[in-house]
Design a protein around this ligand. Structure first.
Ligand code: ATP
Ligand code: MG
Length: 340
């Protein structure tokens, strides 16, 4: 028996997470669900606590976690950070793993998608880079004001994300940086890349500067398998690949500690306040996140079955309005379960 911590969260989070849990339930695999449905903005607004120590411990003790979305216009940013960043840093979820696979030609924004079906994974460093908040503002509000954000790359952090990318490579690994312009961090990434490649001579590799990478991704996404990059480039590239694969409603992600294997799985989209209660939120991103969870737990056959079921409902047009259909969140979930 493996316990899965479930954090439905806010907005459409509970609606899509419910479909993900029910999908996993159909498959069995001895998963039991520990639902923390009190971890949400209402609780935060009442108590001032985003994630209590007791709830953190429940999540940390589970075999994996499934998350909907957290965020609320009524709460300050300390709320979402108190949940997401606490889990990310305390559990050291240094890998952000975002697969992008075109499920149907009609979802691609590219002309002639049939010749350019994207099927890649962006592996984004999740704990350092440009987003650590290190920096400051000098002479604030004067005409001489200067703002500085430091981009942090550590040998430890770069090495482990590159090694993780090799560990999940199927055909090849492409490292993306901007080492022709970002001198110090670029040089460190290049050093670590040379060493990581040396450890895995069996894997085909390539390197792209980030500006060239975006052009090539649009020109020929089939050229990419695993893309590994830093926090900020990964942020941007993974939104591009998600859109090339069909958009926000279907994109899945995982936040993983490559050493312990623990993962937090969540759809890429947020709380989508405009859709709450309409019953039209696309559950596919959440369901495919559950497939990633199965894969991480070693149930590759289950993950494959879920993807095949999703492909089948998509091909049959049994989809929500964001994908051009007229089914509800629950109808799409039921159609997926029926095929399992
Ligand atoms: P947050 O601040 O939590 O990220 P947001 O307002 O940015 O919330 P997102 O969830 O990021 O909203 O999504 C942006 C828009 O994309 C939504 O307003 C919605 O219209 C659409 N969208 C997002 N997720 C889905 C989904 N699962 N199904 C259909 N449409 C979606
Ligand atoms: Mg958003």
């Amino acid at each position: 028996m493996t316990s899965i911590a479930v954090i439905p969260g806010d907005g459409i989070g509970p609606e899509v997470t419910d479909q993900a849990v029910r999908t996993l339930d159909v498959l069995g695999f001895g998963l039991v669900f520990d639902v923390l449905d009190h971890v949400n903005a209402d609780t935060y607004l009442k108590t001032g606590t985003a994630l209590s120590d007791a709830d953190f411990d429940r999540i940390a003790a589970s075999g994996a976690a499934l998350l909907g979305a957290v965020g609320d216009a009524r709460a300050d940013t300390a709320y979402a950070r108190g949940v997401l960043l606490r889990l990310r840093f305390a559990l050291d979820l240094y890998v952000n793993y975002r697969p992008a696979r075109l499920m149907h030609d009609r979802f691609s924004p590219l002309r002639d998608a049939s010749r350019r079906p994207i099927d890649c994974v962006v592996i984004r460093e999740n704990t350092e880079g440009l987003y650590t908040g290190i920096g400051g503002r000098l002479r604030p509000s004067t005409s001489q004001e200067v703002a500085i954000d430091s981009e942090i790359s550590t040998r430890h952090g770069v090495t482990r994300i590159l090694d993780f990318a090799f560990s999940v490579a199927r055909r090849s690994v492409c490292m993306v940086d901007k080492s022709n312009a970002v001198r110090h961090g670029g040089a460190l990434w290049q050093d670590c890349w040379a060493l990581a490649r040396g450890r895995r001579p069996d894997v085909q590799t390539s390197h792209e500067y980030v500006d060239a990478a975006v052009m090539k991704l649009v020109h020929d996404p089939t050229a990419f398998d695993v893309i590994v990059t830093n926090n900020s480039y990964g942020d941007i590239l993974s939104d591009l690949t998600a859109e090339l694969a069909g958009g926000l409603g279907t994109a899945a992600s995982a936040n993983i500690n490559g050493a312990t294997g623990f993962g937090l799985f969540e759809p890429v989209h947020g709380t989508a306040p405009d859709l709450v209660g309409t019953g039209t939120a696309d559950p596919i991103g959440a369901v495919l996140s559950a497939a990633l969870l199965l894969e991480r737990l070693g149930h590759d056959d289950g993950a494959t079955a879920v993807r095949a079921a999703v492909d089948a409902v998509v091909a049959a047009g049994q989809v929500t309005p964001d994908l051009g259909g007229h089914l509800s969140t629950n109808d799409v979930g039921a159609a997926i379960r029926a095929r399992l």
